[in-house]
Write a protein that binds this ligand. Sequence first.
Ligand code: PDD
Length: 281
Amino acid sequence: MTIAYVNGEFVEEQNAKISIFDRGFLFADGVYEVISVLRGKLIDAEPHYARLQRSLDALSIASPLEQAALNNVLLELVKQNDFDEGMVYFQVTRGAANRQFHFPDPPGPSSLIAFILPLKLIDRPEEITGVKVVSTEEIRWKRRDIKSIGLLAQCLGKQQAAEQGCHEALMVEDGMVTEGTSSNAYIVKDDVIITRPLSNKILAGVTRKAMLALAKEQDMRIEERLFSLEEAYAADEACITAASNFIMPVVEIDGHQIGSGKPGPIVTRLRELYIHLALHD
Ligand code: PDD
């Protein structure tokens, strides 16, 4: 029996229901977060709450709970499910209202739901083999810094990847990689870690921030700049980061082998350091 959370109540998943008039359902008028769980512990929860608040503010959606109360909900969800490893998903929408495009006035209560997503995060075969990715055209809107639940472009990209036996799709705009459909993207060339700088063009990944901090601690060289797909094909190493992947080595892009075709030393080291931090912090 798996327990989910819906607007104040912990219920069995099959009884977790929301209104057909919920604006999340009708307009994708909502935002979400995904926090990884390892050995029953929420990893790096704080910056996820901060990003949720930022997304809510950007869309003028009222926060349904204070951060401490939200944290308690997620901890309780983990506890009730005796949840060990994977992710917690939570989303806030503007709630149920008559179907009118503008915001309800006065605003109704926001809706908050949460559920668990079991997934192996460490000791995955892909950390030894690396993963393959494809490129796809960037077709999203211009506020990719908001973690919107409107994910159709990402679903199309991920489907394209799946059809080609790949793990992820890197989105490309004007020849330059923005990010993965649900991850941030990096290449390594001549021992320099290269990743796109933060802007409204990409999501400010929590794992990205943690990885760059680790890289800095190790005196690794980092360049936050745009990189092209062509440059990525010729990289020595590549990786993606996300709560769902941690730091995942990429060994093939559009059929082009990256480096030796095996996870490279810099990415492998960063993944090890990240997992060590997640387990022991
Ligand atoms: N996605 N970029 C996009 C577009 C994302 O959807 C995600 C995360 C990231 C990485 O962010 P973080 O390191 O904070 O997880 C970057 C989540 C995992 C998802 O949609 O499942």
